[in-house]
Design a protein around this ligand. Structure first.
Ligand SMILES: Nc1nc2c(c(=O)[nH]1)N[C@H]1C(S)=C(S)[C@@H](COP(=O)(O)O)O[C@H]1N2
Ligand SMILES: [Mo]
Length: 491
């Protein structure tokens, strides 16, 4: 072999080797991993997932996941396929695979088994598909706010934009097996009703706002950390509910005011398929004026109750905090005491004093559970034209108390004006179950930014406290301090 030939041969060999190296790099299918290899990469600093037979290193992507980092971390070190089966927005959108996943591909699975996750049961796998515009705080369980930009467009919140507050996976109810049980031991009452039977009874419609006890918790967390979902102003929505009046239902079962007095019945318990339970005083149901508005509801905004909101049946307790409006209810019991549960006698919905920093320092039975919530108002929309600044918002008070006034300031409380009360301002006296919308207009300022503040007054002349400081509580409930919103003037 001549020197020249040797050089040629080595060049050819280098070329061939280079070609294979190049193939190796571009055709990642040569990088083979096992499920066990993938499993090791399950920390936030190093996250691998598989989709079909592909392996991806998504470490750099997790912070940008639209569904939140915590959500995508559930699939860390395993397959995302079963999750994508629930969250169809992924598989319906091929560009997610092409634009996001493909560049993160590092290889393929050696031991790929199409059937491996067939029976994989994430308990949340049957949760309904939700509107992506909701402001999600968590998905397992689902906690999501009504998107603020849609609040003022709809006095009755469209179902897709309704806030969702679940403690557990959404029950998947087989309606042929569903029964509502009504019981009261002392009267030997033990009856069962199917949904059909309830639907065949005369129905009542009630427009009621539901607000979570933790709405605006975020405003407390800036003072000192509380526990629970970090809600902004959107854990509140309004619907027209339809169903059987609980009072009528009880009367049909021979439970009337006389029976109640004679048997010392003080409370009514609601239990549900997902295990959440709460109770309300029976007097709420038998009030001569408004008791009939407490509903066993099976319709929401004219439609069948959606699964997220309690299908097939939920309690509507107008004027009471969210938690008493038990969803997926399947057991109603009369009693002389409150129900024993974390949501009733426990810490979850008890408003502790601001100076209690540790629950061990107080006996919970000294603290009343929350039923009616204090007067509330929030700014939900600000717009600015050349000469006018327009501020819109909502106000609501527990117990059906009407909103009689909303005061708004566009310069952090130096000057105030009365807002014009809009939809909801004509509700029946002491039966204002739904929120009241309001609007206020100001001359546009030349200032660079404004600090807008609002506060409402209810029928009983209850007012909102200026600061959250002395209403702060460790569970972060009932924040109804003045709401402040900054607005940058981009004129
Ligand atoms: N069975 C059951 N009922 C429930 C809940 C729940 O998790 N399970 N959440 C409660 C809470 S805390 C609130 S604020 C409201 C929320 O109702 P929504 O999800 O229809 O907005 O339902 C209440 N009823
Ligand atoms: Mo709630």
């Amino acid at each position: 072999m001549t020197k020249y030939n040797k050089l040629l041969l080595s060049n050819i060999l280098i070329g061939i080797g280079g070609y294979f190296l190049y193939k190796q790099k571009t055709n990642l299918d040569h990088n083979k991993f096992t499920y066990d290899d993938v499993k090791l990469h399950n920390k936030e600093s190093d996250v691998w997932v598989t989709y079909k037979n592909n392996v991806y290193d998504i470490t750099k992507f997790i912070d940008n996941h639209p569904g939140g980092k915590s959500k995508i971390m559930l699939a860390a070190g395993t397959a995302i396929d079963p999750y994508w089966n629930i969250y169809k927005q992924h598989t319906n959108n091929q560009s997610i695979i092409k634009d996001i996943l493909d560049p993160l591909k590092i290889g393929i699975l050696k031991d790929y088994d199409e059937q491996k996750y067939r029976d994989f049961k994430d308990v949340y796998i049957n949760d309904p598909i939700r509107d992506s515009e909701l402001k999600f705080h968590s998905l397992k369980p689902c906690n999501a706010e009504t998107p603020i930009k849609h609040i003022m467009n709809n006095w009755i919140t469209p179902i897709d934009y309704w806030y969702i507050r679940n403690h557990n996976p959404v029950p998947d109810v087989d309606i042929n097996k569903y029964e509502l049980n009504l019981s009261y031991d002392s009267c030997n009452l033990d009856k069962k009703y199917t949904l059909k039977q309830l639907q065949n009874m005369p129905t009542t419609k009630v427009i009621s706002t539901i607000q979570c006890g933790g709405n605006r918790r975020r405003g407390f967390n800036t003072i000192e950390k509380t526990s629970g979902t970090n809600w902004g102003i959107g854990a509140i929505s309004t619907a027209e509910w339809e169903g059987v009046s609980l009072k009528q239902f009880l009367l049909n079962n021979e439970i009337d005011s006389k029976v109640i007095a004679k048997n010392n019945i003080k409370h009514i318990h609601f239990e549900s398929i997902d295990g959440v339970k709460a109770s309300i005083p029976i007097s709420k149901v038998f009030d001569t004026e408004y008791g009939g508005d407490v509903l066993l509801a099976f319709k929401m905004n004219g439609e069948e109750l959606p699964r997220d909101h309690g299908y097939p049946l939920r309690m509507i307790i107008p004027g009471y905090v969210g938690i008493r409006n038990i969803k997926w209810v399947n057991k109603i019991t009369l009693s002389d005491t409150e129900i024993d549960s974390v949501w009733q006698t426990g810490l979850s919905y008890k408003g502790l004093p601001h100076y209690i920093k540790d629950v061990k320092d107080i006996s919970l039975d000294k603290i009343a559970p929350i039923y009616e919530m204090p007067v509330q108002s929030c700014i939900a929309d600000i717009s600015c034209t050349n000469s006018k600044l327009k501020v819109k918002g909502f106000a609501w008070a527990g117990g059906g108390r009407n909103i009689i006034r909303v005061d708004v300031s566009a310069n952090n409380g130096k000057k105030w004006k009365m807002a014009e009360l809009k939809e909801g301002s004509n509700q029946k006296l002491n039966r204002a179950w739904a929120w009241t919308f309001w609007e206020a207009e100001f001359e546009a300022f030349s200032d660079e930014y404004f600090e807008i503040v609002c506060k409402a007054t209810d029928q009983s002349y209850n007012v909102q406290p200026e600061t959250p400081k002395y209403i702060w509580n460790i569970r972060g409930l009932n924040n109804n301090s003045w709401q402040h919103m900054f607005f940058w003037n981009r004129l």
